[in-house]
Design a protein around this ligand. Sequence first.
Ligand SMILES: *Cc1c(COP(=O)(O)O)cnc(C)c1O
Length: 415
Amino acid sequence: MARHAHKRIECGLSTPQATARTMKDSAETLGIGTRLAQLGRMSDAHYGFVNTPLYRGSTVLFKTLDDLQHERARYSYGTAGTPTVESLESAWSALSAAAGTALAPSGLGAVTLALLTALNSGDHLLMPDSVYLPTRALCGKLLARFGIQTTYYDPMLGAGLAALIRPNTSTIFLESPGSQTFEVQDVPAITALARERALTTVIDNTWATPLFFRAHEHGCDLVVEAGTKYLSGHSDILLGLVSANERLWPRLKETYRSMAMLPGAEDCYLALRGMRTLHIRLQEAERRGLALAEWLAAQPQVATVLHPALPSCPGHSFWKRDFTGSTGVFSFILRPGFSRDDLARMLDAMRIFGMGYSWGGFESLIIPFDCRSYRTATEWRAPGLCLRVQVGLEDLEDVRNDLRAGLDRLAGRGA
Ligand SMILES: *Cc1c(COP(=O)(O)O)cnc(C)c1O
């Protein structure tokens, strides 16, 4: 377990969406487990039931003409919020030390919502070369259609990013660690630069979650989380969250209300359910991820392990300085000389690891990746084939044995 794993997470609870429950605790500093158990609950409004029920609804009825014309009601219409949606939003704002949160029907939807909040047409956007691939497609296609130019930057740049700022640059996007390749960025250096130049920063914080990286406290304006991953924890929903600081919250709220692209009620309910056990699952992900990463680093078929908590990962020192933990998704690079057939022999016969996209669920996953073809600001020079793993909640011994057998097959040994 990493050195910070048990550090208490102290978050501000001031949010306009805060429920009575969260307000009550605002003066205290509670441990993360306690907070995850208490946030976003409105039992008094629901006959004492522990969980906010699943509200489905478009129409909300008003009692009088006066109420209707003055929208005098706690809730006015389905797109303007329900108790289920509000429970999740207020819990996430409190957890993230944000001024407010807006939801989206997927993680990519949340990236889109955040970028449409930050950008105006004709703006210039800075994007890390290690960004989640569909985010790159969003910039190259949809945003380009609205006259937004994107320049990709080396994710290891900190204050050096200043050289790429143009007169029309408005936004710096960060994703730390990077998708697949796990470069950890110097977030404080970048947010300091952004503040100095009056730029907006947006970070995709999906890997760390607010439990292991306090993005707003490190100066980020908008923070994206694919709730599809660890918040859900069970590979059964798609969800995105965008939290904003005081400066960006009015603009995020306005953008969200203009589009009203919200997740389904049931997915919000399941995200709240996932939130109650997030700390326990992340602690396990961290313990298993580190054990597996260290074991892999010692295997003869493996050249390098890209895990933010290991010194072999670019930006490891930033991880050590800024993060309070690591999760269970990381990559490793094989030694040169293995063919695609070798890889197929390894992967096709895995018994525990499934092959598939996404991560953060209870099941272990493994996928090969190759980012040589789309990187533009940096050259990806891995010595061999690259694999990303997500360690699930299966017994670690079984998980390790599955990988060991796979590496044996790769090397032409074993069945
Ligand atoms: C998965 C992921 C997303 C997108 O989430 P979806 O819900 O699958 O759209 C965005 N960013 C990162 C870093 C992700 O890993």
